[in-house]
Ligand binder design. Structure first.
Ligand code: CAA
Length: 377
């Protein structure tokens, strides 16, 4: 077991840190305060190949794999969690297209997502009546000659108003449960596609989160991703990988809060001598380090093509809950100083909250872990 980063991994992390410091951190406060979508930041990530890290070079990706992706994601999230989630969903969409798509689909969409010509990718699974119980979704896709007609509504869709392509899960056979779901590559210019409500969120305010309405959207058959009926598996596999990304995002946010609190304490000799403060710092650092190891284990397994769903859920539940505790501890350590935006902690605390909810709640992660344990026993 090797706990040292390789030369390539060190380089990827340093590159991410450099972009984060130069292009992303200086704009993070304004993106949050003004709810400004981080367009320029996304373009800066594209220049370094960070929007398509999990896909082959021949489709515009960097093929760096999940460990490198996790390292980069944490550095970007350290600077700006809104930019990080946009990066996370685009990487997940590129990964899913390459895992399930044919060459024509990969060639049409992935290079343009990688270069940010299509500014972002979106993943449209959740609906007003289908969040944790994703298979209960109601959107339909009815075959009509060489097209499908899509109807329904999708909610809490990251980047849904700026995305160049949206993976939409819809039922092609409503009587077949999860086996009746298919996935479609939907473009926003397709007639009948519209963006509804923009969510005004407590955190990740720079990222956009919208409702999408599908009103008889006509989608060519060649835009179906995978066979009819495999759409639920497309979504679940994408989320297994996505959960490594969100665990990594949470790690970056938690570390930002911890480092801000540590510097604050270091500057005040009396505070630094208090055992209660030292213990909070120590527990937080230890938990985040344990979380980092769990996230990197899941990423290593994914790269080695070993089944990693249980480990991704373990990493996500532990990292996101630890990062939530880290931001609260940082706020308690710094007291009122952390309530203003002179320190990043109040933004970190607001940004990290959703990480135990999206891409599968903590309860769903525990369900996945327990189900795997029972199946293995
Ligand atoms: N990989 C591949 N296939 C999988 C799978 C996985 N990880 N998990 C399940 N499947 C397959 C099963 O093998 C089964 O296949 P068969 O029918 O061939 O046997 C099929 O899918 C149905 O499986 P289940 O019966 O286990 O499905 P379920 O209805 O019990 O649901 C669940 C399982 C884990 C609860 C799932 O609904 C789930 O993950 N829910 C959470 C949804 C979620 O994470 N949503 C996030 C929204 S996206 C988001 O937040 C993105 C963003 O913008 C930031």
């Amino acid at each position: 077991m090797d706990l040292e980063l390789t030369e390539v991994q060190t380089r990827v992390r340093e590159t991410a840190k450099k972009i984060a410091e130069a292009e992303i951190a200086p704009r993070a406060r304004d993106a949050d305060r003004g709810a400004l979508f981080p367009r320029d930041q996304i373009r800066a990530l594209a220049k370094e190949g960070f929007l398509a890290m999990l896909v082959p070079e021949r489709f515009g990706g960097t093929d760096l794999g999940s460990v490198n992706y996790s390292l980069a994601m944490s550095e970007i999230a350290y600077a700006c969690a809104s930019t990080a989630v946009t990066m996370a969903v685009t990487n997940m969409v590129c990964d899913a297209i390459c895992a399930w798509g044919n060459d024509a689909q990969k060639e049409k969409y992935v290079p343009r997502l990688a270069s940010a010509e299509l500014l972002a990718g979106s993943f449209a699974l959740s609906e007003p009546g289908a969040g944790s119980d994703a298979a209960a979704l109601m959107a339909t896709a009815v075959r009509d000659g060489d097209r499908y007609r899509l109807d329904g509504s999708k909610c809490w869709i990251t980047s849904g108003d700026v995305a160049g392509v949206i993976l939409v899960m819809a039922k092609t056979d409503p009587a077949a449960g999860s086996r009746g779901i298919s996935t479609f590559l939907v473009e926003p210019s397709m007639p009948g596609f519209s963006v509804g409500r923009h969510e005004e969120k407590m955190g990740l305010r720079g990222s956009s989160t919208v409702t999408i309405n599908l009103d008889d959207v006509s989608v060519p058959v060649e835009n179906r991703l995978g066979e009819e009926g495999v759409g639920f598996k497309v979504a679940m596999r994408a989320l297994d990988g996505g959960r490594i990304g969100i665990g990594s995002q949470a790690l970056g946010i938690g570390r930002a809060a911890l480092e801000a609190a540590t510097k604050y304490v270091q500057a005040d000799e009396a505070l630094a001598k208090k055992q209660s403060i030292q213990w909070k710092l120590a527990d937080t650092a230890t938990e985040l380090d344990a979380a980092r190891l769990l996230v990197l284990r899941a990423a290593t397994m994914k790269d080695a093509q070993i089944p990693f769903g249980k480990e991704a859920s373990m990493a996500k539940v532990f990292a996101t809950e630890a990062a939530n505790r880290a931001t609260h501890a940082a706020l308690e350590i710094c007291g009122e100083a952390a309530l203003s935006d002179a320190l990043p902690i109040e933004r970190n605390l607001r940004d990290v909250r959703v990480t135990t909810i999206y891409e599968g709640t903590s309860e769903i992660q525990r369900f996945v872990i327990a189900r795997n344990l029972l199946a293995e026993a």
